[in-house]
Design a protein around this ligand. Structure first.
Ligand SMILES: *[C@@H]1O[C@H](CO)[C@@H](O)[C@H](O)[C@H]1NC(C)=O
Length: 322
């Protein structure tokens, strides 16, 4: 992730709540400030006839249900809307009132995941669908191309529109996901429990901030937690074991391109913690399908003084913080 893209993204994530709050004022225009308006907003959202609407920007971040209308004021050739919802939700996206000219090179494409600087989340290896099936192209399949449902809590829409006054409306709807697997965290602080139950798959929890990750509980079907000799394996290679947890660090969003910071292949309850001074920190659970595997962890943003001083890409452990 380039510094500018990431800076922009972080800015977006940080200002997410204020953007949402500000556009609520446009919608409600009642001039109420602070917590009260958030509460009343939620109450209104619960009543079925309230529909949240606001304009969509060429570069935008959406985190709420609603209708987002884009109208080009000039040719807009490289636009993207990033959508992120809670870890246990997936996203339904629907296009309405589309007026674009596909024959003139306009397009609207929905992607099941995020693409940042050419890297994809979830990675090709971890996503249930082949890459080409993760794109929904409005122009190549009108009708069918107007709706899409994500496999995880992030999705995005790319669009290019040449003529002024052309545009579309994007409807965002959150849906509950009882078995979240790949997740992008909305914030640099939090906790999560990832479970894979008798499934041969790998799940990643990605935090696009430098963080300290504290494992609270790890239970892998195969492991014998009372075997003292396993203690030595704590931060070494677990590739011989079919079920393990990897902590990864890197500066992009594709987990298959990231550096292993630590592997854990024994059960533990109690503290194991690691600082990862990279732009992206990931907890990845690798599961053979033979067991029920579970990992619980907490994370917090690293303070500026905790960050590594130099970031030499040539060093394998360049984002490990001592
Ligand atoms: C899960 O990850 C491991 C190690 O990266 C890999 O060997 C395995 O094939 C992956 N499993 C699936 C179902 O993709």
């Amino acid at each position: 992730m380039s510094v500018s893209v990431r800076a922009q993204l972080l800015l977006f994530l940080l200002s997410l709540s204020s953007i949402v709050a500000r556009s609520r004022f446009i919608e409600e225009d009642d001039g109420t400030d602070g917590l009260y308006s958030l509460l009343s907003m939620d109450q209104k959202r619960q009543s079925e006839d309230f529909i949240f609407r606001r304009p969509l920007r060429c570069l935008d971040m959406l985190a709420t249900d609603g209708y987002f209308k884009f109208v080009a004021s000039q040719p807009q050739l490289a636009c993207a809307a990033f959508v992120i919802v809670e870890p246990d939700e997936v996203i339904s996206l629907e296009l309405y009132d589309v007026s674009i000219d596909c024959t003139a090179g306009d397009f609207i494409k929905i992607f099941d995941g995020w693409v940042l600087k050419g890297e994809k989340f979830p990675s090709r290896q971890d996503h249930p669908l082949p890459l080409h099936q993760r794109y929904t192209d409005y122009c190549s399949s009108e009708g069918a191309g107007a709706t899409s449902r994500s496999s995880q809590n992030v999705a995005m829409v790319f669009f290019r529109i040449h003529s002024p006054d052309s545009g579309f409306t994007l409807a965002v709807k959150k849906l509950h996901n009882p078995f979240p697997c790949n997740i992008m965290s909305q914030s640099p602080e939090g906790s999560f429990t990832m479970v894979i139950s008798h499934e041969r798959r790998n799940c990643s929890f990605s935090i696009i901030y430098p963080v300290e990750i504290r494992l609270l509980e790890l239970s892998l079907g195969q492991a014998k937690s009372n075997d003292i000799s396993l203690q030595r394996k704590v931060w070494s290679d677990c590739s011989g074991s079919g079920d393990y947890v990897e902590l990864l660090g890197g500066n992009g969003v594709d987990t298959s391109q990231m550096f292993p910071v630590a592997d854990l292949c024994f059960s533990l309850s109690g503290l194991a913690q690691m600082k990862i001074g990279c732009d992206n920190s990931v907890v990845r659970l690798v599961s053979s399908g033979n067991y029920v595997n579970r990992v619980s962890f907490q994370y917090r943003l690293l303070e500026p003084h905790e960050l590594p001083k130099s970031r030499e890409n040539s060093l394998d452990n360049f984002c490990t913080v001592e």
